[in-house]
Design a protein around this ligand. Structure first.
Ligand code: ATP
Ligand code: MG
Length: 139
């Protein structure tokens, strides 16, 4: 049923738990896992001197999030791919899931956002509503 799984990681405690579910399901279903992280869009700053530096810094920070997730998985029997994308997170996650023909997206209910009172974050809310495949939100 699940052959390709996206785990969306933002470095939060919730996304760590999402990763644990991803690992378990990938083992059970012999699925491949795509670790996806989206860093903020910067092209509106095009032309500024500091532009290149800012993008490089954001990209490096994003790669660190992916590296940590990959390390957390450790040695696994299933294939693991990484996608480091730029843009609004929900759109990028939905898009990569569609392009890769993914059949499950796993993510946290919440992320790094500060508004703890809310039931779920804006990224998980948007992905849940617009994804073309099942979405597992992990508390
Ligand atoms: P908000 O961002 O709306 O203030 P929040 O940070 O608490 O709220 P979300 O951002 O919706 O909540 O995070 C929910 C889940 O979405 C995270 O646990 C993670 O799995 C995924 N996610 C959030 N941001 C990103 C991102 N930039 N790249 C990849 N996955 C992300
Ligand atoms: Mg967030």
């Amino acid at each position: 049923m699940f052959k390709k799984i996206v785990v969306a990681v933002d470095g939060s405690e919730h996304s760590h738990r999402a990763l644990e579910y991803g690992q378990d399901l990938a083992n059970r279903y012999e699925a491949a896992v795509w670790l996806v992280h989206v860093f903020p869009h910067t092209s509106d700053l095009l032309g500024y001197d500091e532009y290149e530096k800012l993008v490089a810094r954001r990209e490096a920070a994003g790669q660190t999030v992916l590296d940590e997730a990959r390390q957390t998985l450790g040695t696994v029997r299933f294939p693991v791919y990484e996608e480091l994308l730029e843009g609004p997170p929900a759109e990028a996650i939905i898009n990569v899931a569609e392009v890769r023909g993914v059949d499950l997206i796993i993510m946290g209910t919440r992320g790094l956002g500060a508004l703890q009172g809310l039931l779920m974050g804006s990224v998980s809310h948007k992905v849940m509503h617009h994804a073309h495949c099942p979405v597992l939100l992990v508390r």
